[in-house]
Each structure stands twice: as structure tokens, then as C-alpha cells.
Design a protein around this ligand. Structure first.
Ligand code: NDP
Length: 446
């Protein structure tokens, strides 16, 4: 891979890259099938990704006609890598086995190991025989919606495709590696003003937040909407508040420390709730929720904005869903994509139906939504949330940091890129947008 890196750094074009051999193996971060029981019986918090995420050489798979080999310059940790590495809520090898039964090309994925990672920025190395729109040398980012476009159910909204998958989570050959195998319809142009690591952290979380808030498939936010955003300085929350601000909405960001609150203020979010400082306890014990706490929370939101939220951007799940449904305004929308604190959620249905609220399920984004979200990054209207950068060898430490909720925004991972700060193709555009804006989370993350 070193020769490929040198060629990329020298600005090699399609011809030069095509002349270089694709190595038979590459460095990758993976979990092992034989390890799926190693954390059995431990509480989630004690399951340690540094013990289950390995970095070593793996064999390069064959390339299908609709795929490209990508030289991965940088990637990022998403929460799904935390799930995969602690084998919760279930080991992801069953996904690979199912994909393996689908087709000859699918069979490549069912291996004793899974290369993880659902984000990447890098350079196209080779294209399969059916790829039309991309060529070796193209500088790209990758979105993680992995669909079979021969399946008719993928053609209205590809997130509704019967066999829709998340690349690097429900497939093998993900982005936390020096090389990745992706379908051509996962590629998007790399925002030219960003470094490799800044460009690598956006696609998964940014596209998810776009669909949840902006797309008609989600909450379809309007100007002036009050939007309550949980985890507002985290991965999806940090993009969500930017969409609310851009769209003329009024964000109310929930965080858990004064430092995170200060970061949100700097981002332009005036109404911020520090849930820890306020001591909210929506559950009085494991089985009982406390409506008094929901009311206290609702009053605090009203005191900040004068109104109840039109939209609640929900993802913590069990710990917060009762409160989210309660505080949402009459006729308002709760949009959810996750359940970090537990997926068996519970809410008081009376507050839901009597006030004609809506609950919308959302999951990642289709290609058009991901493309739209990436365009907004390219235009400098959405900023990357990169707060820390780790080398690929320390991928386990990076995942542990997210598992422990010790991070802000997104953690980037350097794969082929030897140092931070490389890959900016349009420094003038970067200067126009403003270094301070682009690096806000990085400066806070230290
Ligand atoms: P992050 O860890 O970056 O951010 C989540 C934030 O949620 C935390 O920073 C924390 O913020 C807040 N949070 C965590 N637990 C609780 C709790 N019990 N009560 C209130 N707030 C809590 O993760 P991401 O933003 O990247 O992802 C969030 C969730 O969304 C994950 O479960 C992930 O798997 C899922 N996801 C789903 C996607 C999909 O397509 N369906 C796509 C992307 C993510 P604080 O402590 O500051 O309040």
C-alpha cells in the first residue's frame, strides 16, 4: 500500500494508479467470529472494544462489477462499530452469513472475521467493469447505504429495499482499513476544502440527521420549528443542530457537561440543557417512569423557548423516550433512529394519542439524501464535527472513548493518511468558509 500512498501523494491520475498492482492483503480493523462470546455475562459498560477490535493484514477480496477498490485515507468511528465490537445487541456475523447466502459475490462476505467501519474518505483505485461514473484517482467520501439496485423494492426509497444493509456493519470490507470495497453507488465527491480526516467523519451521521429532520421521509422541519435535540454535541446531534439553525428552526440542545454546553453555544445554539447538572431522572427505578420529571423537563424547555417542541430528535431510547413523547407539542413529531440506552422503550400512550403526536422511524439515508447532505458539507453550510484523531492501530481506544461517552462530535481515524491536515484541494474555499468554523470541534476536543 506504500507505493499506492506515494502515488496518491504525488497526485497520480487514472493511468498511473491503474498501472500499480492492488496488493493481495491490506491492514484492517476487524472483529473475529471466534470472539463473540468473550464478553458474555458482563454488563455493557464493561465490554471493552480494545479487547475485541484487532488490527492486522487481511486478504483482499475479488472485485464485483459494480464495485470499486478504495484506498482509504481516513475513516471514523461510529456507534455501530461500538455495537459490533461489544457484540450487542447481537453479533453481526449473522448479517454476513445472510449476505453470503444471497449471491456468489455476497459469499465473499461470510468470513471468520469482519472488517468494520461505515465511513471513509479516500481515492478510487480500481473500478469494476459495470462502473460508469467514477474512475481511478477520484477523491471521494463513502456513504454506508448498501443496496442491491436490481431489487425493485430499492427504487422508490432505497432505505425501504428488502435487503438494504449498512456497509461495514451488516457487510464485510468496511472503512476502518487501508483498503475498502464499496459499491459505486456509495461514492460521493470529497468536499475539496476539507482534510482527509475531516471529510471522513461526516457521511454516516450527517446523512442520518438530514433524513431525520430535513427530508420529507423524516420530520420535514419548517422555519421556526422548535426542535429538541438529545446528545446535541454528539455525532448525529451535532449535525442535527446545524440543520435546525440552517433551516430557520430553534434548537434546544441537551448535553451532559458545561464544556459540551459551551461548545453548543459557540456553534450558535442558545437554548442548552445540561441534563446532568439538572439531575433529570426520568426513571425512578428500573420499571417506573416519573411523570413529575417529564413535566419538570417540559417546563425547562418552555422557559427557554416559550413553547413546546414541534420536533423531538430522539435516539437515546429507553432512558428518554417517555420524556420525548411527553414534551413534544400537540400535533408534533418525535423522530427516532436509535436506542443507545435500551431498545425496549416505554411511553404513556395517553399523552401520545390525545395530543395527536406522530412517531417517525428513521434509519440512515438513501443515496439522494446522502448526496444532498454531502453537498451541504461541500458548500460549507454544514461543518465537520471532527474532535479527535486516532491512528488505525488505536481504533479500539477510539471506540472505547465513544462507548464511555467521553467524546464530542466525531472521532476520525487515520488509515493511509500518514498525518493529519493532508488532502485539502481547495484552500481558498477553506479560507472563505473560515478555519475557525471548520475546526470548532477539533479545538474543543484538543
Ligand atoms: P454519540 O455517542 O456521538 O452521541 C450520542 C449522545 O447521546 C451522547 O453524546 C450523549 O450526549 C447522549 N446520550 C447517551 N446516552 C444518553 C442517555 N441515557 N440519556 C440522554 N442522552 C444520552 O453517538 P451518535 O450520535 O453517533 O449516535 C447516537 C445513536 O444513534 C447511537 O445509538 C447510534 O448507533 C445511532 N445511530 C443510528 C443511525 C441510524 O441510521 N439508524 C445512524 C447514526 C447513529 P450527552 O451525554 O452530552 O447528553
Amino acid at each position: 500500500m506504500q507505493r499506492i500512498l506515494q502515488a496518491i501523494q504525488a497526485g497520480a491520475g487514472a493511468e498511473e494508479l491503474t498501472a500499480l498492482p492492488v496488493p493481495e492483503s491490506y491492514r484492517a480493523a476487524f472483529v473475529r467470529r471466534e470472539d463473540v462470546e468473550v464478553f458474555a455475562g458482563l454488563p455493557s459498560a464493561d465490554k471493552d472494544p480494545t479487547k475485541s477490535l484487532h488490527v492486522d493484514e487481511v486478504a483482499t477480496p475479488a472485485l464485483a462489477p459494480d464495485e470499486v477498490y478504495l484506498a482509504v485515507m481516513a475513516s471514523s468511528i461510529n456507534f455501530n462499530t461500538v455495537w459490533t465490537s461489544i457484540f450487542e445487541p447481537l453479533p453481526t456475523f449473522a448479517f454476513l452469513d445472510r449476505l453470503g447466502r444471497e449471491s456468489e459475490w455476497g459469499a465473499r462476505h461470510a468470513l471468520p472475521y469482519q472488517v468494520v467501519g461505515s465511513d471513509a474518505s479516500g481515492v478510487v483505485l480500481r473500478v469494476g467493469s459495470a462502473v460508469r461514473l467514477w474512475k481511478p484517482g477520484d477523491r471521494v467520501t463513502v456513504h454506508c447505504n448498501y443496496v442491491d439496485d436490481q431489487d425493485p423494492t430499492s427504487h422508490d426509497d432505497s432505505m425501504l429495499a428488502a435487503n438494504q444493509r449498512i456497509w461495514g456493519f451488516e457487510t464485510n470490507f468496511g472503512g476502518l482499513a487501508d483498503l475498502a470495497v464499496v459499491k459505486a453507488n456509495q461514492l460521493m465527491p470529497k468536499p475539496a476544502h476539507l482534510t482527509w480526516e475531516e471529510a471522513a467523519v461526516n457521511a454516516l451521521c450527517n446523512s442520518t440527521s438530514y433524513r431525520m429532520l430535513v427530508s420529507p421521509h423524516g420530520a420535514d422541519m419548517k422555519q421556526g420549528d422548535v426542535v429538541l435535540v438529545w446528545g446535541a454535541s454528539g455525532g448525529i446531534g451535532g449535525y442535527a443542530v446545524q440543520y435546525v439553525l440552517n433551516g430557520g428552526g430553534i434548537p434546544v440542545g441537551v448535553v451532559s457537561s458545561p464544556a459540551k454546553a459551551a461548545l453548543l453555544n459557540e456553534l450558535g445554539v442558545e437554548a442548552v440543557i445540561d441534563r446532568k447538572a439538572e439531575g433529570y431522572r426520568f426513571w425512578s427505578d428500573q420499571h417506573t417512569q416519573d411523570e413529575g420529571e417529564w413535566r419538570r423537563f417540559g417546563k425547562q424547555i418552555r422557559s427557554l423557548t416559550g413553547e413546546d417542541p414541534d420536533i423531538v430528535f430522539e435516539h437515546p431510547g429507553r432512558q428518554t423516550m417517555g420524556a420525548s413523547i411527553f414534551v413534544c407539542r400537540r400535533g408534533g413529531t418525535v423522530v427516532t433512529c436509535a436506542a443507545t440506552s435500551g431498545y425496549m422503550v416505554e411511553f404513556d400512550n395517553r399523552h401520545f394519542w390525545m395530543k395527536l403526536k406522530r412517531l417517525i422511524a428513521s434509519h440512515f439515508a438513501n443515496y439522494q439524501e446522502a448526496w444532498n447532505a454531502n453537498r451541504l458539507v461541500s458548500l460549507g453550510r454544514i461543518q465537520p464535527l471532527l474532535s479527535a484523531v486516532y491512528p488505525l492501530e488505536r481504533v479500539g481506544d477510539a471506540a472505547l472513548k465513544i462507548h464511555r461517552n467521553e467524546h464530542e462530535g466525531k472521532i476520525g481515524v487515520l488509515c493511509l493518511a500518514p498525518t493529519e491536515g493532508l488532502g485539502i484541494d481547495d484552500p481558498e474555499r477553506r479560507a472563505e468558509i473560515g478555519e475557525d468554523k471548520i475546526t470548532l470541534f477539533r479545538r474543543h476536543g484538543g
